[in-house]
Design a protein around this ligand. Structure first.
Ligand code: NAD
Ligand code: ZN
Length: 363
């Protein structure tokens, strides 16, 4: 096994270790001692990696594997009901740890199950997408979608620990991998210019040999986790600083919805970051050159830099206004001052932008 990083981050302990999946059981037991364990996974990840994780628990009888169909369409109250019924019928009581093995969809769904089953049981995240490793598994947000929108029903529920084996990314489709890179770039932009530069330098190598998950990717994951958990620790309930993590998301969420979810979240966020940075620069909030640096990086990551033509500017603005981030009619954004530093520290880390500027930036 390659080097194991036990991160000294605030919040739940995070371990990043290449090739660790097949020996994770005892570590999970140590981090979250329980009578039984329920691995919740999806129909894609389960067959690829579920057996190895389940087999790593010394006492197999106390481990069940519950599988839901893969895809965001199954992050629902129905899946929550099915899973909680399965937990009951397989005899899982309060002294159970839920092990979420999958991407952000499984993390959110299994996390919501753990946060609500018998008023809350232990949770361990084993994220298997790049996005979940650097973003979704950290911060304690869980939930499911409803017909009215994404993540509308949920709870905050902290995991006992997070275990990351970057080598499971070898089976992740390239497009999903690239979507995760959007959040990694975002972490650099909101907090760490040197990290942004490092990521950009590594991008060609990461994309040309995405099957070879090496030490450079592991290092990037470690730093990204440090940035995200550092920000969350200072503002767990998203009243202030945590809002900087919404960079690219005010427009990104709206673009994602307007595309009918044909764009992945990370792809929509990539487009949102480009447009929001451009608007920030036109408004005199961001230094000259910021938007171009961000666009160049997004492009190098193989991510889209502009909205698809069938996604109209009017529709995006309409959806963004309907989103919860609006305040008093004017759209509020988390905007960079430059790469590595966000603006708006005096105003709760969000700033209004005139509609005309936003429209122009999206053209
Ligand atoms: N809680 C949070 O703070 C937070 C933050 C960001 C995103 N999210 C949520 O995360 C979800 C998106 O997460 P995602 O992008 O990981 O999507 P996902 O979990 O749907 O995974 C994407 C696809 O990749 C497959 N997959 C996962 N790991 C794999 C692997 N190692 N090999 C092969 N295939 C694999 C999945 O089966 C799925 O088909 C959304 O529901 C979003 O709302 C939550
Ligand atoms: Zn995001």
């Amino acid at each position: 096994m390659a080097a194991s990083h036990r991160l000294s981050v605030p919040g739940p302990p995070v371990t990043v270790a290449r090739g660790s999946l097949g020996s994770m059981g005892p570590e999970i037991i140590a981090a979250s001692p329980s009578f039984s364990y329920a691995i919740v996974t999806d129909s894609t990840v389960g067959p690829l990696h579920g057996g190895r994780l389940a087999g790593s628990f010394p006492d197999h009888e106390r481990v069940s594997v519950l599988t839901v169909p893969s895809g965001e369409g199954h992050k629902t109250r129905d899946s929550w009901a099915t899973l909680t019924d399965q937990l009951s019928s397989t005899g899982h009581g309060r002294d159970t740890t839920i092990v979420a093995l999958g991407g952000g969809m499984i993390g959110d769904l299994a996390g919501f199950v753990a946060g609500t089953y018998m008023r809350g049981i232990n949770l361990v995240h084993v994220p298997t997408t790049l996005l979940a490793m650097v973003d979704a598994a950290h911060g304690g947000k869980t939930g499911v979608d409803t017909p009215a929108g994404k993540n509308l029903v949920g709870v905050f529920h902290r995991p006992a620990a997070i275990f990351i084996d970057p080598e499971v990314l070898a089976t992740l489709p390239l497009r999903e991998f690239q979507a995760g890179l959007a959040e990694i770039l975002k972490h650099g932009i909101v907090q760490d210019a040197q990290y942004f530069t490092d990521v950009v330098a590594e991008l060609p190598g990461l994309l040309s040999q995405s099957a070879a998950v090496g030490d450079s990717l592991t290092r990037l994951i470690v730093r990204s986790v440090e940035i995200k958990t550092g920000i969350v620790a200072r503002d767990e309930r998203e009243h202030g600083l945590r809002k900087i993590l919404n960079f690219g998301h005010t427009l990104g969420h709206a673009i994602e919805t307007a595309s009918g979810y044909s764009l992945l979240h990370g792809e929509a966020v990539a487009i949102g970051m480009c447009a929001e940075a451009r608007a920030a620069e036109r408004a005199g909030i961001a230094e000259a050159g910021t938007a171009e640096a961000i666009r160049g990086a997004v492009c190098l990551a193989g991510l889209p830099t502009a909205r698809p033509l069938d996604v109209s500017v009017e529709r995006v603005l309409q959806l963004a206004r309907a989103d919860k981030k609006k305040r008093s009619g004017t759209l509020e954004f988390a905007l960079p001052e430059k790469v590595g530093r966000m603006a708006g520290g005096d105003s709760g880390w969000t700033l209004p932008l005139p509609d005309a500027l936003v429209e122009e930036a999206m053209q």
